[in-house]
Design a protein. Structure first.
Length: 291
C-alpha cells in the first residue's frame, strides 16, 4: 500500500496579506498624487464626493453599530469625518485616528463649523499609535471603515481588539472596487506591467480565524462615483491617476472612459458597483485588558 499524501499545511494568512499588500504597493506610481491625503485638494475632493456619494452607506453603517448616548468610539482612518461627524450627536465621545494632514484639517474645520466638541483627533497611523500613551481608555466601539491598509494586519487587529471593551467593526472590500477594476483594466495596456489588487476580505477573515476571532460577516453593496464639472477636468484627473503622458496612452484612456461616461445636469459622472463586507465581533468581557 502506498503511503498517504501529506496533509496540506494551513497557510499563514497574515503572510499572505503582507505579500498581497507588497504587490499592491509595487503597482502604484510615484507621479499619482490623488491618494496623498496630506494634500488639502485631495482631501477636499474626497470630502465633497463622500458627502454626496456615501450618505446611504454612512447611514447603514451607523444604524448597524451597537451604540448609545453613553458610548465611546474609536474611529481608525477617520478621513474628513465621514463617519465621525454624523456619529458625534449619537455618542458620548469619539477618538479619530487620522494621519493625513489634509483630512485632519478638513475634519477640524467641519467640527468648528458644526460646533462639534466631542471628537478628539490623533494625527497618527494606527500602526504608530501606542495605546497606553496615545489613548486615554478602552472604547465601547472600535471602527475601521475601508482603512485597513496596514502591512501587518494581525498586529493591527490585536491592537484593535485590545483597546475595545465592547465591539469591533471592520468594513473591507470583498471584490475589486470600481477604481481597482479600472487599474486592472488599464495598467498593463498603458504601462506594460500588471496591476496587483490589494488583499481582500477573504484574507482578512483567514487572519482573524487563525487568531481565534470568529467574527460575524455581512455583505453590502459599495457604489463609487467620480463627478466632474467639465470633460477637461475629468480627463486631467484620470491622466494623472493612470500616469498617462503619451498620445497613444491618451487615446487608449479616452476609448476606455467613453462608454462609462454619463451626465446628470451639468455634471459628468463615471461610476461602478462592487461589494464590501461588514465584519464584527463582541469582546469577551473576561478578557478586557489594555495592552
Amino acid at each position: 500500500m502506498s503511503p498517504s499524501p501529506p496533509l496540506p499545511i494551513d497557510p499563514d494568512w497574515n503572510e499572505i496579506w503582507k505579500a498581497r499588500q507588497h504587490l499592491h504597493e509595487s503597482s502604484k506610481h510615484s507621479d499619482d498624487p490623488s491618494h496623498n491625503w496630506n494634500k488639502r485638494e485631495n482631501a477636499e475632493r474626497y470630502d465633497s464626493t463622500s458627502r454626496i456619494e456615501y450618505d446611504e452607506r454612512v447611514l447603514t453603517t451607523i444604524n448597524g453599530l451597537d451604540i448609545t448616548k453613553e458610548s465611546s468610539v474609536l474611529d481608525i482612518g477617520a478621513g474628513p469625518g465621514t463617519l465621525a461627524l454624523p456619529l458625534a450627536p449619537r455618542v458620548k465621545e469619539i477618538t479619530a485616528i487620522e494621519p493625513g494632514e489634509g483630512m485632519a484639517a478638513i475634519l477640524t474645520e467641519r467640527m468648528k463649523k458644526d460646533r462639534v466638541t466631542n471628537i478628539t483627533i490623533i494625527p497618527k497611523r494606527w500602526e504608530d499609535v501606542i495605546p497606553k500613551s496615545d489613548l486615554a481608555q478602552q472604547y465601547d466601539v472600535v471602527i475601521a471603515s475601508l482603512s485597513l491598509t496596514m502591512e501587518d494586519i494581525r498586529l493591527a487587529l490585536l491592537k484593535m481588539d485590545a483597546v475595545s471593551r465592547g465591539s469591533v467593526y471592520l468594513f473591507w472590500f470583498v471584490d475589486m472596487p470600481f477604481w481597482e477594476r479600472m487599474y486592472a483594466d488599464l495598467w498593463e495596456p498603458l504601462h506594460g506591467r500588471p496591476y496587483y489588487s490589494g488583499p481582500k476580505a477573504d484574507c482578512l477573515f483567514g487572519v482573524m480565524y487563525q487568531m481565534g476571532i470568529y467574527a460575524n460577516v455581512e455583505m453590502l453593496p459599495l457604489k463609487k462615483e467620480y463627478r466632474f464639472t467639465t470633460k477637461d477636468e475629468m480627463t486631467a484627473f484620470f491622466r494623472r491617476r493612470f500616469n498617462v503622458t503619451k498620445p497613444e496612452q491618451e487615446q487608449l484612456l479616452d476609448d476606455y472612459l467613453k462608454p462609462l461616461i454619463r451626465t446628470k445636469g451639468s455634471e459628468i459622472i463615471i461610476s461602478g458597483d462592487s461589494t464590501f463586507a461588514k465584519i464584527w465581533w463582541k469582546k469577551d468581557v473576561k478578557k478586557q485588558d489594555m495592552n
